[in-house]
Design a protein around this ligand. Structure first.
Ligand code: GTP
Ligand code: SPV
Ligand code: MN
Length: 621
């Protein structure tokens, strides 16, 4: 049976209409609905989701909802994530690869009728401030209303994004007909359309009369990217990073390819604004792997007097050179999709305040009075909860009440520390870039790189203990270069080369690069550094370095603080020494891991990084 779904499309963009009709013909939804991003639409869809049992309205928080996913659909599925470039080599050794032709054939079958019994939502969106030059457009087609409402929080979604797509389409048409009139060929790259096409299905068609489940999904999952044609196809999951395709799929995997081609950077980085008691405001970007502290650092409440942190973004940064040679960063997102566990009044009061309303909480626990709870929200858990699997829970229960990767979806504009310029379309100039990860051993609290090239070497060697943000074994140490391992849309060796090229740009005034580690543990397995607000002490040292005010000690791995402001901090001399020294023996072992890591990239690994490795070996003696 082939159902043809004729839709009244609210747009004149013929390419978009044709594509929507094509996907509808393939997936055969009962209805097609174009999302306009209005309040009315939000209310209607959240009501529908409540009726369907996907969402539970929270009595204790205005316009906020609780969602409990299928217990098998709680994190990104990295082993089901594919870069479908024409050549395997272009996906590189760190990505799963399927040839685009083969992937399209598989999807041709898998998506056939996959939206039967469901509504297909057409979700136009803009990544970055509306109309901004660095911003990019996309349309996600999805059969999940949970995804549609989440996209409204996470992106500039609806009517205004659609108008921008039309404007761009019209401009392109005008350009093309002018070129035709002049007898020439278009200068533009005709492979790409004016918006990124992203197709998503939960992969759970409904037969006539079949009842739906609260969280439809499939045991077959594919999160696939076609970098050459700038397309995304996602099947089988409703979870954030697998399903909200503007985020990791577009803003990192596809955008990293655009960035390579066009000379900019698309990175897994927070952006913060730091104002010292006196002196110049600085903007800092920081890349840490998933669930390693970006949201927390972006919203940090400094413990040192007079210092102020404001938030620009908490997960993704797009950076381009300005005319002054500096790198300007925007946050392409409009909301935060943050890790709930560990987020509390003590650790991240600003996040807690952000969550006052208009938020969706997924896989947290429910209190008996209609609010949410998770480990770390309060010191003591309530006497009774409903856990993320819907079971009765008490403090005696064996398992945590919230899933370790439970998440909140909340508007960035609600953050009490959001910087006034967070939506400035030209971005903010970056003075320092931080890399880091979870390292129980070896890695000092902070290290300054010796040069841009050395900084790229540090980025290429980021390693971190795995977290619950992705399926797999938690705690296992893995290399996660630039915190981009799961998010780089092309050969990571070439990506290192791109970073080196950025550093060679004529007239560039580059940020300085640092490496930080908040997660050093002692013999008892406890974190040595108090972290969170106390991380402001490290930011202070970095700013003083930028200002030429603070001393640094040269070590084989880079420059360490000669002195760190630890006033009022309860930290023993021994602990401080552990955090701020380099153990040569340990670092010889660390360095010994580098060749194996680098060799996986073969010829794609830039020679400069081998030079840095050899220089490190020499310094270690
Ligand atoms: P993604 O959203 O997955 O990209 O994660 P993220 O990098 O934004 O991590 P987030 O800030 O949400 O932190 C993840 C976990 O690490 C939370 O449980 C935090 O409480 C914890 N965390 C963050 N900063 C620190 C810190 O400075 N020290 C310690 N010990 N834990 C921290
Ligand atoms: C991450 O895993 O790095 C996240 C959450 O920020 S997700 O959107 O699922 O990728
Ligand atoms: Mn992330």
């Amino acid at each position: 049976m082939s159902v043809s779904v004729e839709v009244e499309a609210p747009t004149s963009n013929r390419e978009l209409v044709a594509w929507v009709n094509e996907i509808a013909a393939l997936t055969q939804p009962d209805r097609v609905e174009w999302c306009d991003g209005s309040e009315e639409e939000w209310t209607r869809l959240t009501n529908l989701l409540v009726e369907q049992g996907t969402l539970t309205r929270l009595a204790a928080r205005p316009n906020s909802f609780y969602a409990k996913s299928d217990p098998t659909d709680v994190a990104r599925v990295e082993d089901r994530t594919y870069i479908c470039s024409e050549r395997r080599e272009d996906a590189g050794p760190t990505n799963n690869w399927i040839a685009p032709g083969e992937m399209r054939r598989t999807f041709g079958e898998l998506f056939k009728g996959c939206m039967r019994g469901r509504t297909m939502y057409v979700v136009p969106f803009c990544m970055g401030p509306l109309g901004g030059e660095i911003s990019q457009l996309g349309v996600e087609i999805t059969d999940s209303p949970y995804v549609a409402v989440s996209m409204r929080v996470m992106t500039r979604m609806g009517e205004r994004a659609l108008r921008l797509i039309e404007e761009r389409g019209a401009a392109r048409q005008a350009e093309e007909s002018e070129e035709r009139a002049n007898g020439g060929r278009s200068k533009r790259d005709h492979e790409h359309s004016d918006f990124v096409k992203a197709v998503h299905s939960v992969g759970a068609p409904l037969e006539p009369g079949q009842a739906d489940v609260p969280w439809p999904c499939s045991s077959t999952k594919y999160i696939s990217h076609f970098p050459e044609t700038r397309e995304i196809w996602s099947y089988g999951s409703g979870y954030g990073g697998n399903a909200l395709l503007g985020k990791k799929c577009y803003a990192l995997r596809i955008a990293s390819v655009m960035a390579r081609d066009e000379g900019w950077l698309a990175e897994h980085m927070l952006i913060l604004k730091l104002t010292p008691p006196s002196g110049e405001t600085r903007y800092i970007a920081a890349a840490f792997p998933s669930a390693c502290g970006k949201t927390n650092l972006a919203m940090l409440k400094p413990t040192i007097p007079g210092w102020k942190v404001e938030t620009i973004g908490d997960d993704i940064a797009w950076m381009r050179f300005g005319e002054d040679g500096r790198l300007y960063a925007i946050n392409p997102e409009a909301g935060f999709f943050g890790v709930a566990p560990g987020t509390g009044q003590v650790t991240n009061a600003n996040a807690i305040q952000t969550l006052w309303g208009n938020s969706i909480f997924t896989n947290v626990a429910l209190t008996d009075d209609g609010d949410v709870w998770w480990e770390g929200l309060t010191e003591e858990p309530p006497a009774h909860l409903t856990d993320w699997k819907g079971r009765s829970w008490t403090p005696d229960s064996d398992e945590p009440a919230a899933h370790p990767n439970a998440r909140f979806t909340t508007p960035a504009a609600q953050c009490p520390t959001i910087a006034p310029e967070w939506q400035d379309p030209k971005g903010v100039p970056i003075s320092a870039i931080l890399f880091g990860g979870r390292r129980a051993t070896a890695v000092p609290l902070v290290t300054e790189s010796l040069s841009w090239q050395h900084g790229v070497f540090l980025g290429a060697n980021v390693a971190s203990e795995k977290t619950a943000a992705a399926e797999g074994k938690v705690g296992e140490l893995r290399h996660d270069p630039f915190a981009m391992l799961p998010f780089c849309g092309y050969n990571m060796g070439d990506y290192f080369g791109h970073w080196l090229d950025i550093g060679r740009r004529e007239g560039a005034r580059l940020p300085r690069i640092y490496y930080v580690n908040w997660f050093r543990k002692n013999d008892e397995g406890k974190f040595v550094w108090p972290g969170f607000g106390e991380n402001s002490r490290v930011l202070k040292w970095i700013v003083e370095r930028l200002n030429g005010e603070a001393e640094a000690v040269p070590t084989p791995i880079g420059l360490l603080p000669a002195d760190l402001d630890t006033q009022g901090l309860d930290l023993s001399e021994d602990d401080l020494r552990m955090l701020l020294t380099v153990d040569r023996e340990v670092w010889r072992e660390e360095a010994a891991l580098i060749p194996g890591h680098f060799e996986t990239f073969g010829d794609h690994l830039p020679k400069e990084l081998w030079d840095e490795y050899n220089a490190l070996r020499d310094r270690l003696g």
